[in-house]
Design a protein around this ligand. Sequence first.
Ligand code: ADE
Length: 421
Amino acid sequence: MAAIASDVRDLALAEAGARRIAWSDHDMPVLRGIRERFAVERPLANVRIAACLHVTSETANLVRTLREGGAEVALCASNPLSTQDDVAAALVVEHGVTVCAIRGEDDDTYYRHINTVVDIRPQIAMDDGADVIGVLHATRRELLDAVIAGTEETTTGVIRLRAMEADGVLGFPVIAVNEAQTKHLFDNRYGTGQSTVDGIIRATNVLLAGRTFVVAGYGWCGRGLAERARGLGANVVVLEVDPLRALQAAMDGFRVSTMAEAAPIGDIFCTATGDKDVIRGEHFERMKDGAIVANTGHFNVEIDLQALRERATSSSEPRPFVEQFVLGNGRTINLLADGRLVNLSAAEGHPASVMDMSFANQALSVEYAVRNADTLEKRVYVVPPAIDEEIARLKLAAMGIEIDVLTDEQRRYLSSWTEGT
Ligand code: ADE
């Protein structure tokens, strides 16, 4: 088969990209350790991987790890706005990876790139949002049989894949990397929390202290965001449809409300629900002049952009990543990053030290899938707990943190039912 051609912005950016990749690598000790082992053991020798991930310096270090393990990798973007063009160039020039990703690519190019990457005839489909797995099942079904397994990075993707499993249409096993504790408890919470605030601040330079910050969704991402916004002095209002989560938000000390009530009092709104139409026309109409509206969920469906555009008499771009709409009522609304995930569009996504654990889970899940190819069924699997625990231990060790171990006596006590007071 002819080699697949890369499609990146400019190969001359490679040197800058290489510096950025090295900077991230410093904060990814767990992944680095796996890379060193992979270089010796080559557990992925000749395995073809089609990866659809945010093309960032952290992803580059994952791809380097897979390459050291012996894999052939073709990479495309999992979002049109998150690609770091210099990193894409460095992966092609310095690491021999096929990359099809250009920051700002239109939807047609985005899907063309996914289709090019699956031309590799993947044995592993690595996804962040289930787009590559979706394309394989929709229009490239002739490739399904060759796939040993998929891996899925994010909550939104796992929801889609579980729906496919429930409908009996999943064509190969998938490991839900997001479900690992060393993934969602850290990446979704601390990673999204910090990087979302980072994206909003880089785009607007707004002071959060004293502002009313409305967080829609109290999953791990919403929680992280609410905590960080509060830490910067914002008055945080949480919106949540699940009664248990809403109760947690209330007892975590947040004001819990509805979008209808929050719309006229919020200064900054950010969606983190994974669902569509969370902020709608009737909400825009009630918002204050100058309200800032952003999304940090995977897809750009959480803010009803059509409703916003329909209500606008004009729009302008006062700063990069800010589109300011003037509504018929005379008030302005500032939409960030076109409603796409603001942390990866206006900032650089989660910091390397948290992606270290997420991508260690990816690398070890791929190794696990390849080693267990014969026994896996067409189901959605969680990451084996032994992998999760190992990553936590390695991260603690890298952070220089020691923890106690149970004595034999304590271990016995924990597994018995006869001993009381
Ligand atoms: N998802 C969130 N942050 C990311 C990052 N820095 N790199 C890749 N994927 C991400």
